[in-house]
Structures are given as C-alpha cells and as structure tokens.
Design a protein around this ligand. Structure first.
Ligand SMILES: [Zn+2]
Length: 288
C-alpha cells in the first residue's frame, strides 16, 4: 500500500477529501529518495510535492523552488507533452530522474469562417495597448514569494453556472485565437468575489482593454490567481489578503457579453485549469 506523508493537518485533509479523490499519489520506495506528489498529473493540473530537505529539483530542465522542509509545487500547461521529467539532486550528490506521465486532454475547438477581417484582428493602436497590458499581468504573475499559501486547498471565488472552460479555443477565418485559460462563472453584477487562497495583491488594474478591471493575487512559489471583468476592486497592490476575503465584485468590464467572473490559476507563466485545481464547485442555490 502506498504511504503518504501528509502535507496538511488531519482536519484540512478531511475537508479536502473530495479534492483528494482526484489526486494522484506517488511514492518512490527507498526511504532516502522519498517523493510524494499530490494533485493532477494532467494538462492544466497542479501538483504539490514533498521530498527530503535539501533536495534540489528541476522540472523539464527548469529549477523548481523547494522550501526547507522539502515542499514544492509544479504545474502543467494546456499543451504540455505526454511526459515530464522531474530531476531530484540529493545533498549527497545522487541524482534521480523521474519521468512523469501527463494525461493529455481534448479541448473544445470552434471554427468560424467568413467573418469580416476587422472582427478577427484588432486595429494596430489597440494591439499596442493590449500588449502593454499583457506585460503588466505577466509581471504580476512572475513573483516567487517564499510563502506557502497554496498548500491549503483553494476555494471557489464565486459560485454559479459555469459558462466557459479552460483550454477551449476559437479559430476565426483559419487563424487560431488565444485559448481560453479561465473558468467563467456567471453571477449577477456586484456579486462578492472571494480570494481563493491567502496571498498578496500584485495587480489591481481598474480597466484593461480585454479583461477590464483585473486583479492578480500571489499565493507563493509562483502560484497566483487572476480575477477578470470586475466591476469593483476592494483591495490594493501590496495588501495581504486571507482566504475567503472579499476582494472584488463581479462585473462585465472589458470584452465580454455580460456579467461573470473569469478566474484563473497560474504557476508563473504556465496557465493551469482553475476548476481542476480547486475541485468541484460547492453546491449553492445559485448553481441551478
Ligand atoms: Zn472567460
């Protein structure tokens, strides 16, 4: 039977039992090489790992932050190949290379042809603004804060019908658009948005062209959450927030058709599937 080194207290584990049902547990047998991975080994998944103190880790050749207790986090993007290479370097110099199998997913692809060209490409002046705003979001997601807020299971920021999913993509006149990386949850204008985990606010922008009022919260180790199309932001850059804190209100700012929350989880540049990472949405009256 597999043995798991718990990363959470018993009560936290109990609370997250549903989430753990989808978790993958992996333990390498020799005690000196102990490695436990918990999460989703699939495209869009986030995996929390634990190994021995002092071990250095690379994922696909990139160094991964490991804390003094041997805890770390890794994530897999929308198009991650079918395997990933995790390299562990032990303090005594031994090297362990572990090939991880990453489950491949199918995404909804919608092809629309015969559209007028101006509906497909933004005018150059707008393209410049969109690019500048994307750089601000990128910078907000680049923090590598040594605080482990992401170890605690995430909560949903709002509840309601899911109207958009991770990974879907439209191909307009044969040109692939950016895939949709968020989870869209329909909710009335002004509905309170809760922080999915504790963290530090890194971006609180009142109005970007595409995403409208946009909030990014840093949860440590490169894990961040983004909240788009808000009508109001209730926190400021640099502010510490706790899990569940009211941080914003649902809106329809930016390029949208109606009020909803588009929320995302990122691991540095890698966009993860927030619905997968947070687990099933809790039952609510509004979710009918
Ligand atoms: Zn969306």
């Amino acid at each position: 039977m597999m043995k798991c080194v718990p990363l959470l207290s018993r009560s936290q584990l109990h609370k997250s039992a549903g989430w753990l049902l989808t978790a993958v547990l992996l333990l390498l047998s020799t005690p000196l090489q102990a490695l436990v991975l918990r999460g989703q080994l699939q495209q869009g998944g986030m995996v929390i790992g634990q190994t021995r103190a002092g071990v250095r880790i690379d994922l696909d050749g990139q160094p991964v932050r490991v804390n003094k207790d041997g805890h770390f986090v890794i994530g897999f993007g929308r198009s991650h190949p079918a395997t990933a290479l995790l390299t562990l370097r032990y303090p005594d110099g031994r090297l362990l290379k572990k090939r991880l199998v990453i489950v491949q997913r199918n995404y909804a692809i919608q092809r629309i042809n015969g559209l007028p060209e101006k509906k497909v490409s933004p005018p150059p002046a707008l393209a410049k603004r969109i690019h500048a705003e994307a750089l601000q979001v990128k910078a907000a997601r680049a923090y590598n804060t040594d605080l482990p807020w992401f170890f605690k299971p995430f909560i949903w920021p709002v509840t309601g019908p899911i109207t958009g999913v991770y990974g879907s993509q439209r191909i307009l006149n044969g040109k692939p658009r950016w895939p949709h990386y968020g989870v869209d949850v329909a909710a009335p204008m002004g509905t309170v948005v809760h922080a999915v985990a504790a963290g530090i606010v890194r971006l609180a922008h009142p109005g970007m062209y595409l995403s409208g009022a946009t909030l990014v919260i840093d949860h440590g180790f490169g894990v961040s959450s983004s909240y788009l199309h808000l009508s109001k932001i209730l926190v400021h850059v640099g502010q510490r927030v706790r899990q569940g804190q009211a941080v914003a209100k649902v809106g329809s700012s930016g390029r949208v058709t109606g009020p909803h929350l588009d929320w995302r989880i990122n691991w540095f540049k890698t966009r993860l599937d927030a619905a997968l990472v947070a687990g099933p949405m809790p039952d609510t009256k509004t979710a009918n």
